[in-house]
Ligand binder design. Sequence first.
Ligand code: PLP
Length: 356
Amino acid sequence: MKKHNFYAGPSILSQYTIDKTIEGIRDFAGSGLSVLEISHRSKEFIACMNETIALVKELLDVPSGYQVIFLGGGASLQFAMVPMNLMNSKSAYLNTGEWANKALKEAKLYGEVTEVASSKESNYNYIPKNYVVPSDADYFHVTTNNTIFGTSLKSDPDVPVPLVADMSSDIFSRPVDVSKYSLIYAGAQKNLGPAGVTVVIIKESVLGRVNRAIPTMLDYRTHIKAESMFNTPPVFAVYAAQQTLVWLKGLGGVKAMHKKNTEKARMLYDEIDRNKLFVPTIKDEEDRSIMNICFVMADGYKELEKPFSEFAKSRGIVGIEGHRSVGGFRASTYNALPVESITALIDAMKEFESKN
Ligand SMILES: *Cc1c(COP(=O)(O)O)cnc(C)c1O
């Protein structure tokens, strides 16, 4: 039986992505070779890489002056590559969660870091506002969607310095004004494809301003120049990501997807707010993520956490357990999660309520 997959990452992919990937494993682009065994220098794979980059540019409406590259090392490597490539002496970070905090920690290896605001003291259950970004910072870093805590930034911050964003868990879920950012990065395994590849969108003019020596593999310019083929790229992961982008384009792109995601999230938050057994961990609607929806058992029902988990599992609902630092539940509702899965979870919550 096909499960309702609410895992936070790696996470659900569209059936189209799965089917096309299986096809490519058997015979990649009519080459008579599997995507698992084909040379990254083959004309078929070069075409795949170029098409994938073109789709990213098209779907996110990436302006000229920006480059799109595919790298290994996950979003976590970007925590280090960003300061290495962009920070001469100072940077600023908004601390909205565990990933933001990890990014900030890496930046400290390369200079002075200002934490402009933090919601750590309340277990990251809101997005700080009204902070000041120092105008002498080389860049300002934000995490647009906080995967673990279920908060998100609803608008692009207007700041006087280059803006850098970790969009690992909300890229392609909504339209983004890329021109407001100098660098955007995202690990693929939340909303794009299988684990193993990271997409980076960079404004070229922000590169080449730092004095330090940068190892060749960690220098963005290396990968821009080599068109993501400096060394062997994650061929399989890029191919699978391409299928997701084709699927997304066919559905009407990020605008149509955003509408669908907003509706899915509204349905689930409405039920969490209504159901006596559950409470949302993010109170302020403005801060609520539409990708990772967190909730816990209400007072008086705490002992029902495990039983609800089991009950949901019996309905084919998997991956709803919250991250260990929040507890309770987290339903990840990425692009590929169908509305039927939301309905299945809501039905389970209602039925569990009537039994308790
Ligand atoms: C998952 C995640 C990461 C870590 O990604 P890796 O590819 O595992 O390094 C970083 N930031 C955010 C917002 C994430 O959701």
